[in-house]
Design a binder for this molecule. Structure first.
Ligand SMILES: Nc1nc2c(ncn2[C@@H]2O[C@H](COP(=O)(O)OP(=O)(O)OP(=O)(O)O)[C@@H](O)[C@H]2O)c(=O)[nH]1
Length: 298
C-alpha cells in the first residue's frame, strides 16, 4: 500500500467466514415524495451478505442509491429500482435486498359539520424486499379512532331508567316535565366510557401495483370504524361526534371484525394482519384484538 491508497476494510477477508441474513443501515434521514407532498422520512436499507468470506458490504453504495427516492413519487416500481441497484452494486456478495421507509403521513381532514379542516398524522411504514427476482411490498399504517364501550352504555342506560322511575314514580307524565328532565343532569346520571384507540394495519400488497394504496386503506379503515378522531372542532362538530359515538358502540372485537371485512374489499391488498388497541379509560390496561386474512398463505 502506498501513502495515497485508502485502506478498504470491507474488501478484506472475514476473520470468521459466515454469511449474514441482513446488513445495512437504519434511520437514514430522507425526504421522499408521496402524492406530490414532500415528507421527512427515515429509511432502513440493507442486503444479505451471502459471501461468508467477505468482511463487509459497501454501505455507501446503498446510501447513494437512496438518492433515487428524492425526485420521484414513491411507488412500488421506484422502490424496486432502488432494491435492484442495491443488488447490482453488491454483485457476488448479496442475493436479497430490503428497504423500509417510515414517516408520518400528514392528511388534511374535514370537520363533521362546520366548513373547517385540520391536519392529522398517520404513522406509516413501507417495506419492500427483492430476492431471486421476487418483489414484495408491505404497508404498515396506524389509524387512530374513538371507541365507546357498549357494555358501559347499556349499564348507563339502566341507571338513567332507574333515575326516571325515582323521579316520576306516581306522577302524571307531562311532555314538558319529561323534556326538562331529559335536559337536566338527572336525564344523564351516568355516561359510558370512551377511549382513544388505534388500529395497527399490516398489509401485503398485490404484485405490480402502480401506486401505493395508502390513502384507500386509511379511508376504508376509517369508514369501517365510523368514529375517526377529529381535527378542527367547533361545538356543532363535537355534537355530531357525540352522536356518531352513541350510534357506534364497539368492543375491540367489533372493531377488529369490521376492519377485517373492510380491508378484504380494499384495493391492492392480498393479505393482512391487524391489531386494534383500545386504551381503556375503565382500566389502566388496554383491550386488544387481532385478526388476519390470507396471512399464512401469502
Ligand atoms: N461494511 C461496513 N461499513 C461500515 C460500518 N460502519 C461504518 N462503515 C463505513 O462505511 C463507509 C463506506 O463503505 P464503502 O461503501 O465500502 O466505501 P468505499 O469503499 O469508499 O466505497 P466503494 O469503493 O464503492 O466500495 C466506510 O468508510 C466504512 O468504514 C460497518 O459496520 N460495516
Amino acid at each position: 500500500m502506498n501513502a495515497l491508497t485508502l485502506p478498504d476494510i470491507a474488501a478484506q477477508a472475514a476473520r470468521q467466514a459466515l454469511p449474514l441474513e441482513w446488513v445495512g443501515m437504519c434511520g437514514i434521514a430522507l425526504p421522499v415524495l408521496f402524492d406530490g407532498q414532500r415528507i421527512g422520512a427515515k429509511a432502513d436499507a440493507g442486503v444479505s451478505l451471502d459471501d461468508g468470506e467477505a468482511r463487509g458490504i459497501h454501505m455507501s453504495r446503498l446510501y447513494l442509491a437512496l438518492e433515487m427516492l428524492e425526485q420521484e413519487n414513491l411507488t412500488p416500481a421506484l422502490m424496486r429500482q432502488v432494491l435492484q441497484r442495491f443488488l447490482d452494486s453488491h454483485d457476488g456478495l448479496s442475493s436479497s435486498a430490503y428497504l423500509r421507509i417510515h414517516a408520518d403521513l400528514l392528511l388534511k381532514r374535514p370537520a363533521l359539520i362546520s366548513p373547517l379542516a385540520g391536519w392529522k398524522t398517520y404513522p406509516v411504514s413501507i417495506e419492500a424486499r427483492l430476492k431471486n427476482a421476487m418483489f414484495h411490498v408491505e404497508l404498515k399504517i396506524e389509524v387512530p379512532y374513538s371507541s365507546t364501550c357498549p357494555c358501559s352504555a347499556a349499564l348507563s342506560r339502566q341507571l338513567i331508567q332507574q333515575q326516571f322511575i325515582d323521579d316520576f314514580a306516581n306522577r302524571q307524565l307531562q311532555h314538558e316535565d319529561i323534556l326538562t328532565w331529559l335536559g337536566s343532569s338527572k336525564g344523564i346520571v351516568a355516561t359510558p366510557h370512551s377511549q382513544r384507540s388505534t388500529a395497527q394495519l399490516q398489509l401485503r400488497l398485490d404484485d405490480f401495483l402502480d401506486e401505493l394504496p395508502l390513502m384507500a386503506a386509511i379511508n376504508d379503515a376509517e369508514a369501517a370504524l365510523g368514529t375517526a378522531v377529529q381535527t378542527a372542532v367547533k361545538r356543532a362538530d363535537e355534537q355530531a361526534f357525540a352522536l356518531a359515538n352513541g350510534q357506534n358502540l364497539m368492543f375491540c372485537e367489533d372493531a377488529a371484525r369490521r376492519l377485517n371485512l373492510a380491508l378484504q374489499r380494499s384495493p391492492g391488498i392480498r393479505a393482512f394482519q391487524l391489531r386494534v388497541v383500545h386504551a381503556e379509560s375503565l382500566h389502566a390496561h388496554d383491550a386488544v384484538a387481532e385478526s388476519r386474512w390470507n396471512w399464512e398463505a401469502a
